[in-house]
Design a protein around this ligand. Structure first.
Ligand code: GLA
Ligand code: ZN
Length: 669
């Protein structure tokens, strides 16, 4: 696959307006030593480049662009629209957001514009157009960065009106809307479009995460995601009027709940995202986020931001340990990144981010541990050249991730308040990660036929067409795994009547009669056919076999001996139904059966504690071998004798990797 870039972009956010010009030259000199070749600029400069409604002033930005161009940087040029200028809020208070509690905001913060404000839309698009006219033909501008981390919600009058228009387009008639949201319940039937109100604390909301009408709240989430996507598209189209080529992106945030990123990615030329794992974030979780970001377009992505050392906004902002940033960066490339960019290149002088890590610290020199690590990585990436650019990650396992399901499942009132979508997805992902089995994160409407296994945990909402697609996949020999809380509602959050798991019932060969919810203090056990027992809890489906075979049954309670895990032959394939939340060991037993049935292979044959991920170019397979564990481990023997492209040496027998060591081993295809 052809990459969007000619080299690995290595750099990050650069906000030099905060210090005198003499220092800019010093910055350039220091960055060069670290092989930094890219800078993301103009992310939060709207107030500076448009000091009033009538006046634009690009003097400082011109200087910055000129200097970076002279130094042959790949410039990632942001449009600055993620923080509105104070004058705009003063003159047009409607541009500010109204929050969930119904409070209309004053000027302040960032990510603060109402996405449905015509004033905001007009000026954001105008600014993007002006930037494109001015800088679009500069060959050093390698990527457009629209806005910044779109997110949040607005509940203002403009949004309410726009919501009604959005709904009218979707439902056509009031009757259809009443039916979709089941508004007859609690006597909420409406007779006119303008009776519709936004679901917040003043209306149907029960705390920010629950609602009286999930159908309404899910539609609001879809609408809000679309509203911001429209903002993105407006700026994109404004840029495209003059700049026909330069890739356009906006930086996403992994599993961020608020926006349907699969829908967004269709409008983006390349996906980019910001990776900020916390102290406790498992490496498997970060890997999953990378795979999700790659999965959005099924293409290599950009790492737009990570910190070289520490953050400022976590509870405890621990330093990345020596070698950790390097290992994290290679994990990112391993999972499909074509860029490594930091927030930020030089540490802020003031404001709430002054303690956020940067390539150059407040000391202002290159004589720091962090700088040396950035430099080492820069030299290595430079030596990789373009060899990994555009190379692809292949997988036999597809794991379904769906924002509608994310929203619907978490709005659900009962059976348990601990329904957190991503946690369940991650538990399944982790099984594959621990065994170096490559996974593609896929949307609900993916081409399932590309996979041997489709994993669809907590597939609560089964939208139209999905039953047919899954049945076809299994019928043709695929193996499907689904779980508790699956097949329950349709796209409007109304129950598929006729018994759980609704449209998946025939496929799974089971009928779930009741769902027991266990408190965190309670547990049960399941007994596998070989007599071994494993813990389970959270939810226990009480089910009847309708053709499926029982692979494990409950140990205790009034449903002891009834099936907990089942397997059903369907056409040439198989469906596994996991009716309860197993602990990792128990789940591994089920998923190992799946792997055998589907004949899925890990990235390499050898069993290892190291993370090994493969990216393939036309000529080579690059095996990224990384140690994220506390102990040393040997390079698997099947990779001995090949070239480690980082050292230029052949990997020897018995070579070991200590914590955070990385090898990129190249094998001819
Ligand atoms: C986000 C933002 C950046 C910066 C970093 C700090 O990713 O996009 O502007 O605030 O967080 O971690
Ligand atoms: Zn609004």
């Amino acid at each position: 696959m052809k990459s969007k870039f000619k080299r690995i972009l290595y750099g990050g956010d650069y906000n030099p307006n905060q210090w005198p010009k003499e220092i800019w030259a010093e910055d350039m000199r220091i960055f060069k030593n670290a092989r930094i070749n890219s800078a993301t600029i103009n992310v939060f400069s709207w107030a500076k480049i448009q000091p009033s409604e009538e006046v634009y002033d690009f003097t400082v930005l011109d200087e910055m662009v000129d200097r970076l161009s002279e130094e042959n940087y790949d410039i990632v040029l942001a449009t600055s629209t993620a923080a509105i200028p104070a004058w705009m809020v003063k003159r047009y208070p409607e541009v500010a957001r109204t929050d969930y509690d119904g409070r209309h905001h004053k000027f302040g913060q960032r990510h603060n514009a109402c996405p449905n404000s015509p004033v905001y839309q007009k000026y954001a698009a105008a600014l993007a157009a002006k930037l494109a006219e001015r800088y679009g033909s500069n060959e050093h501008v390698s990527c457009w960065h629209i806005n910044n981390e779109y997110g949040g919600e607005c509940f203002c009058e403009n949004c309410e009106k726009a919501f009604r228009v959005w709904l009218r387009k979707k439902y056509k008639t009031i009757d259809a809307l009443n039916k979709a949201w089941n508004l007859e319940f609690w006597g909420h039937t409406i007779y006119d479009w303008d009776e519709i109100v936004l679901p917040n604390a003043l209306s149907e909301g029960i705390g920010e995460n629950k609602t009286a009408f999930a159908g309404l709240s899910i539609d609001y989430k879809r609408f809000n995601s679309d509203s911001m996507l429209n903002n993105y598209m407006m700026e994109r189209d404004a840029i495209r009027r003059t700049d026909k080529e330069t890739p356009i992106t906006t930086n996403l945030m992994g599993t961020y709940k608020g926006l349907d990123y699969f829908k967004w990615a269709k409008e983006m030329d390349i996906v980019s995202w910001d990776n900020y794992p916390g102290l406790e974030t498992p490496w498997s979780y970060t890997a999953m986020c990378h795979d999700l970001m790659r999965g959005l377009k099924d293409e290599p992505f950009m790492l737009m931001e990570q910190t070289p050392s520490q953050q400022n906004w976590q509870k405890y902002n621990s330093l990345k340990r020596p070698g950790q940033m390097r290992a994290q960066s290679y994990q990112t490339v391993a999972h499909g990144a074509d860029t490594i960019q930091f927030f930020q290149l030089r540490r802020s002088v003031g404001g709430c981010e002054k303690f956020h890590g940067a390539v150059i610290g407040h000391v202002g020199t290159d004589n720091t541990r962090v700088f040396r690590e950035v430099q080492q990585l820069g030299m290595e990436l430079e030596s990789l050249g373009d060899s990994t650019l555009g190379s692809v990650n292949e997988a036999e396992v597809g794991l379904v991730f769906d924002w509608d399901n994310y929203w619907a499942l978490e709005y659900t009132s009962g059976p348990s308040e601990d329904l957190t979508y991503v946690e369940h997805i991650h538990q399944y992902y982790k099984f594959f990660y621990d065994r170096n089995i490559a996974v593609n994160m896929i949307p609900f409407d993916a081409d399932f036929s590309r996979y041997k296994v489709v994993v669809a945990p907590v597939l609560y909402m089964v939208k139209s067409g999905m039953r047919e697609a899954l049945e076809e996949f299994v019928e043709n020999g695929g193996v499907l795994i689904t779980t508790y809380m699956s097949g329950i509602v349709d796209q409007s959050d109304n129950v598929h009547l006729g018994g759980y798991p609704g449209p998946l019932r025939t496929l799974a060969g089971v009928w779930v009669e009741e769902i027991d919810a266990l408190s965190p203090q309670q547990s049960n056990e399941v007994i596998f056919q070989d007599g071994t027992k494993e813990n389970c809890g959270f939810l226990c489906d009480i089910m009847h076999l309708e053709g499926a075979e029982c692979m494990a049954k409950y140990e205790s309670d009034f449903y002891a001996s009834s099936p907990a895990v089942t397997k059903n032959g369907f056409g040439k394939g198989i469906t596994y139904y996991v009716g309860t939340k197993l602990e990792d060991e128990g789940l591994a037993k089920v998923l190992e059966m799946v792997m055998v049935d589907a004949k899925v292979k890990p990235v390499i044959g050898d069993v290892t504690e190291l993370e090994i991920t493969c990216r393939k170019s036309d000529e080579y397979s690059f095996y990224f071998v990384m140690n994220f564990k506390d102990q040393d481990y040997k390079v698997p023997s099947c990779l001995v004798g090949y070239l480690d492209v980082l050292t230029g040496e052949t990997v020897k027998n018995d070579e070991t990797l200590s914590k955070y060591d990385v090898k990129i081993i190249r094998v001819d295809n």
